[in-house]
Design a protein around this ligand. Structure first.
Ligand code: GAL
Length: 393
């Protein structure tokens, strides 16, 4: 008879490798991406500096581990079709080694089309070659942006939208298969602006996240518009694959403290990937505090992975709620409006949020315990501010 330990070893060897590896994107990916701040100007030096600053600012410890190079790193293909980097990125393997040496991961960007949004080389016709190249560099994350593929769709299926959509899915599936073939785990991020209800089929083409809308920009109105557009999408998010309302603008533009908090809090409620997009070399203590707030990040990263839904809306005031793995709840009351609102008369809708009587509330941004909470809790919300509550039995 085989001993228990032999049996255990045999069982371990027999189990598929995948079962032994942690699930990719079991919680929404966190990190930093170059686009929102550097756009087309990003260089190797900026990426190294971003990696250094993620560590020194405490953001890495707070969970931000992916350092993602967006568009404009690509050079030309050689006679064998092998893609080279451009002058801004002299040695991608060395850059990946540097980022990895800091305990961080490196992400990259491409398009299923012949060219990217910024008109650099895309992966069309070279999918496996590119995936192999990324794997050889040690890439951990790929954002795959439709852009140039639209030309192919229009050429091959003019005015035939269903056919164009089928082509789009096939193109995303193709790169998924190419990544799998490399054997290297890479987060797969779809960027096609939410077309064809991508949340319905994203998981089937291996997506760990998919953009649900067009581009964000550092204005409160655009952030609020995108955030509110997420209503109804909660059921499509789960450990392994997430709705992506685009990268964070916290710390960018003229967003004030209330606006940065509302943006960050809402993205956390939405179980969104948290990819900071600000200039890390100009991090203020105020912005660092917003980005690294432990309780807010814990909501985003909650292992249950249940994205918030809107449970109440009246004019500019909305209430969003989500259940958390330990049975507690998070509620976000947001004033999207231009003036201060007295919430006298607006109830918290605790029952809809699954909160029973006598539950205690903690005001996260205010950093204070409110004690047992009642549905008719009275408070005022300044313009563009929010009340983010953690509720426990
Ligand atoms: C857009 C995309 C942006 C950024 C940009 C790069 O299509 O939505 O997030 O990646 O392309 O050119």
């Amino acid at each position: 008879m085989r001993s228990l330990s032999t049996l255990l070893i045999a069982l371990t060897l027999a189990s598929p490798l995948a079962a032994q590896q942690p699930k990719l994107a079991a919680t929404p990916p966190m990190g930093w991406n170059s686009w929102n701040w550097f756009a087309g100007k990003v260089t190797d030096k900026d990426i190294r500096q971003a990696a250094d600053l993620l560590v020194s600012s405490g953001m890495k410890d707070a969970g931000y581990v992916y350092v993602n190079i967006d568009d404009t790193w690509e050079g030309k293909r050689d006679a064998n079709g092998v893609l080279h980097t451009n002058d801004k990125f002299p040695d991608m393997k060395a850059l990946a080694d540097y980022v990895h040496s800091k305990g961080l991961k490196l992400g990259i960007y491409s398009s299923p089309g012949p060219f990217t949004c910024a008109h650099f080389e895309g992966s069309y016709g070279h999918e496996q070659q590119d995936a192999d190249l990324y794997a050889s560099w040690g890439i951990d994350y790929l954002k795959y942006d439709l852009c140039g593929f639209r030309e192919i769709q229009n050429k091959e299926a003019p005015d035939d939208i269903p056919k164009q959509y089928a082509m789009m899915r096939a193109a995303y599936e193709k790169m998924h298969q190419a990544i799998l073939k490399t054997g290297r785990p890479m987060i797969y991020s779809l960027c096609q602006y939410g077309w064809d209800e991508v949340w319905q089929w994203g998981p089937e083409v291996g997506a760990n996240l998919w953009r649900t809308t067009g581009d964000i920009n550092p204005s409160f109105d655009r952030m609020a518009y995108i955030g509110r557009e997420q209503a109804g999408l909660g059921k499509y998010a789960a450990p392994g694959h997430w709705n992506d309302p685009d990268m964070l603008e916290v710390g960018n533009g003229k967003l004030n403290l209330d606006e940065n908090r509302t943006h960050m809090g809402m993205w956390a409620m939405l179980a969104s990937p948290l990819l900071a997009g600000n200039n890390l070399s100009e991090l203020t203590p105020e912005v660092t505090a917003v980005l690294t707030n432990k309780e807010v990040i814990a909501i985003d990263q909650d292992p249950l992975g249940k994205q918030a839904e809107r449970i109440y809306a009246e004019g500019p005031v909305e209430i969003w709620a989500r259940p958390l793995a330990d049975g507690s709840r998070a509620i976000d009351v947001i004033n999207f409006g231009e003036s201060e609102t007295s919430l006298r008369g607006v109830h918290l809708h605790l029952k809809e949020a699954g909160v029973g009587s006598g539950w205690k509330a903690h005001d996260i941004w205010g950093n204070k315990d409110l004690g047992p909470i009642k549905d008719d809790y009275h408070f005022t919300l300044k313009r563009h501010s929010s009340l983010l509550l953690h509720l426990t039995k």
